[in-house]
Ligand binder design. Structure first.
Ligand SMILES: Nc1ncnc2c1ncn2[C@@H]1O[C@H](COP(=O)(O)OP(=O)(O)OP(=O)(O)O)[C@@H](O)[C@H]1O
Length: 226
């Protein structure tokens, strides 16, 4: 997809979070959160360990139902994870969630085939995304034979290949050396510049600085840092 068609696909699909609460038993982990991420914006969610960053990303991805409040994309409710994925909401999960007995290429191609992308397009998108993360020459290796950092890069390539209008990333640069961390962060920023909304949870101050905005989560509440 070209830059302009990707921007058009993003349309007016802003992510809107309103009065979002998540409770686990007695514990209120997310307390009436509200924010908006427009197409073209790169937003970092920071906060200490246990602050609820992953919980927020899972709710945004449709993988966890909030206790109350809402998340909408372009005004439409998010639905469950499968519905969200079909609507162009991709997730780079913490711990990568790859299929280890498959090759890097297969991990990137198979979800696209499942989403209805034609085989030839799926293959060319996968080749492009794996090259973008620096794994062109490792694409036929089994994931279980790749290092943790290489696996993380496959997970990023898989999400980019889906050409999502919203890209959610949970600690996408953990386990990466400095050079790869910078390259991956640059790819996320480029995805936003091309019209996608990118929301990244991170512990990494440098990565957060590369985002257009930083929202800080602590004790269930969200504060705008910039
Ligand atoms: N399924 C669950 N059931 C009960 N408690 C949970 C569940 N998932 C998360 N929690 C709790 O919610 C809180 C927030 O967890 P979460 O993983 O969202 O934090 P985080 O900010 O992503 O932390 P980290 O930076 O360490 O990954 C933690 O106290 C965690 O123990």
């Amino acid at each position: 997809m070209t830059t302009s068609t990707r921007s058009e696909a993003a349309g007016n699909g802003a992510v809107e979070v309103r009065d979002l609460c998540v409770r686990f038993g007695e514990r209120l982990v997310l307390d009436r959160l509200g924010f908006r991420a427009a197409p073209g914006e790169f937003v970092a969610i920071t906060g200490p360990s246990g602050a609820g960053k992953s919980t927020l990303i899972w709710v945004l991805a449709g993988a966890l139902a909030p206790t109350s409040g809402s998340v909408t994309y372009g005004g439409a409710p998010i639905g469950d994870r499968a519905t969200a994925a079909r609507a162009g909401i991709a997730l780079i999960a913490q711990g990568n969630a790859l299929s280890t007995p498959l090759t890097a290429l297969e991990n990137v191609v198979v979800p696209q085939l499942a989403a209805g992308v034609a085989a030839r397009d799926a293959r060319s998108r996968a080749d492009e995304a794996l090259a973008a993360v620096g794994l062109a020459s490792a694409r036929t290796q089994l994931v279980e034979e790749l290092s943790g950092g290489q696996q993380q890069r496959v997970a990023v390539a898989r999400a980019l290949a889906a050409q999502p209008r919203v890209l959610l990333a949970d600690e996408p640069t953990s386990d990466l050396d400095a050079e790869t961390r910078e390259a991956i962060t640059a790819l996320l920023a480029a995805h936003a510049r091309a019209g996608g909304a990118v929301i990244m949870a991170t512990h990494d101050a440098w990565c957060a600085e590369q985002a257009d905005r930083e929202l800080h989560l602590d004790a269930g509440a969200l504060t705008t840092i910039r």
